[in-house]
Write a protein that binds this ligand. Structure first.
Ligand SMILES: Cc1ncc(COP(=O)(O)O)c(C=O)c1O
Length: 495
């Protein structure tokens, strides 16, 4: 078949469907036997998908040694996303981030890493026992949000630590704010290092003129994408793309073999195959529809909702270079609602947002969003912002001073990342957060979402950190990684 004909196929999904229509009888796992064994009360909803919930039988290939339809599906994905090789994931970008770190980094190796990264990267660094040189993010004054790194910091860190095994950045951030990676890729390569990018939020990049270019087009060596986030795969469907020869693909494959299930989900893998086919055949057109919906949303907000502020990039914005149109970050300009309160109000009206922080609500749209979705949102916001309900609380001043993650403005010295061991907890005590100044944290503190660690295990607690965390707790953030989920107390080392 010519490449354009091949693109119109979804080899993995097509074969699974054929297998189903051939009416085979299963004498293999899974035990639900194509849905027959599911609780009858859930049969109607679950059964259709379970018909295709297969496992590694000879005709359906094996993710860990792909030689047939999975290999073909991954090759088509590589061509579609602009990679030389692509690996399907059934455990999200989480597993891609772990595998990419464990591929380039051994115990005690130095890796240069952007500070505001997802916890999966920190976990990968801990598993590797890497020494990390953290790069400070840039800060967007207007929103108080952390964005990407500065080129000059990357250069300085590489000069200071020439033995580093690579540079790992996360781009774009959760809010869709991104930086130009092409110059960074050039200097990283000039220093003989690979550039690793967590592009969990950018799987759709490069598929439409109004979207930023992808990390692969910018020259990154490994790129991890959550295909389920900004594109249309099932939850946990993700991909890792590789190009060039700076990364050992054999080791990468071996690491993925360790980290992914030996029974990877066929529905998830098939959804990656289908998503790739959709992008290959209808991608730009369906993204175009989605962008039309977004333009309509902006128009409605500016015409009808004067109290809603929307995050926008202007000519003068220096803290980031690109903004994903599918991420809409709003806040209440009247000062009535915190981001958390506004998210809850929207939820009560049946509109579930992606996440909130003290000030903002992040709305996630995609190529599948519709004008009807926008109408529902606008009606909910109109109701929430009925003038009679608006009552300015004195929160905005507080928010604007405290909304940002504490600004780590320096390149760090190498910090050894280790898995906490039981023996480390002998000298650990829970004390009120208020009294924790100067202690070293004995737990990671990760307000969620967006899942960016504010305190790393072993890191010293500053005044700035305490203030930020107290405010976040007061405004209803939930904390992962901490024993006390309300963060009244924090675990510290008594030294
Ligand atoms: C920047 C970033 N990287 C990685 C991940 C992990 O992705 P996944 O949920 O696909 O495992 C997330 C999840 O929110 C993320 O925000």
């Amino acid at each position: 078949l010519s490449r354009s004909n091949k693109k119109a196929n979804a080899p993995l999904y097509d074969r699974m469907l054929l297998h189903h229509t051939q009416g085979h009888t299963s004498f293999h796992v899974p035990g639900h036997k194509n849905g027959a064994g599911i609780d009858p009360k859930a049969h109607e909803t679950f059964a259709p998908l379970l018909r295709l919930d297969y496992t590694e039988i000879p005709s359906l290939d094996d993710l860990h040694r792909p030689e047939g339809i999975i290999r073909e599906a991954q090759q088509l994905a590589a061509a579609c996303f602009g990679a030389e090789q692509t690996f399907f994931h059934v455990n999200g970008s989480t597993v891609g981030n772990l595998a990419m770190i464990l591929t380039v980094c051994a115990n005690n190796d130095i890796l240069i890493v952007q500070r505001n990264v997802h916890k999966s990267i920190i976990h990968g660094l801990m598993l590797a026992g890497a020494r990390v040189v953290f790069l400070p993010p840039r800060w967007d004054e207007a929103s108080g949000l952390a964005t990407g790194v500065n080129l000059k910091d990357v250069i300085r860190a590489m000069n200071d630590y020439p033995a580093a095994k690579g540079v790992l950045l996360s781009n774009p951030n959760y809010h869709g704010m991104g930086i130009d990676l092409a110059d960074i890729a050039r200097v990283v390569h000039a220093n003989g290092m690979p550039l690793l990018i967590d592009e969990a939020h950018g799987a759709h990049y490069g598929f439409h003129p109004r979207l930023p270019i992808s990390a692969l087009s910018s020259g990154a060596d490994i790129v991890v994408q959550s295909t389920h986030k900004m594109l249309t795969a099932m939850t946990m469907g993700a991909m890792l793309h590789v190009q060039g020869n700076r990364v050992d693909r054999g080791i990468l494959q071996q690491r993925l073999g360790m980290l992914q299930s030996s029974s990877p989900s066929y529905p998830i893998m098939a959804s990656l195959d289908l998503c790739r086919r959709w992008m290959d055949t209808e991608g730009e057109c369906s993204l175009d529809n989605g962008i039309g919906v977004i333009d309509y949303l902006h128009q409605q907000i500016s015409l009808r909702l004067p109290h809603i502020g929307v995050l926008k990039r202007t000519e003068d914005t220096r803290s980031y270079e690109t903004l994903d149109p599918f991420k809409i970050t709003i806040h209440d300009r009247s000062g009535t609602y915190t981001g958390y309160q506004l998210r809850d109000k929207l939820g009560q009206a049946g509109c579930d947002a992606e996440m909130a922080d003290v000030k903002h609500v992040l709305l996630h749209l995609s190529l599948a969003s519709t004008h009807e979705d926008v109408d529902r949102l606008i009606n909910a916001l109109l109701d929430i912002f009925t003038p009679i309900r608006l009552e300015k609380q004195d929160i905005l001043g507080e928010i604007s001073n405290n909304n940002s993650i504490p600004s780590f403005s320096q390149i760090s010295t190498p910090i050894t990342m280790q898995l906490p061991q039981q023996r480390d907890f002998v000298n650990v005590k829970a004390i009120p957060l208020q009294q924790a100044l100067g202690f070293r944290a004995a737990e990671m503190v990760i307000p969620y979402p967006p899942g960016i660690p504010i305190l790393y295990y072993g890191e010293q607690i500053t005044e700035e950190t305490i203030t930020y965390l107290q405010l976040a707790a007061k405004k209803g953030a939930s904390f992962q990684g901490t024993k006390d989920t309300t963060l009244t107390d924090i675990l510290v080392f008594i030294e």
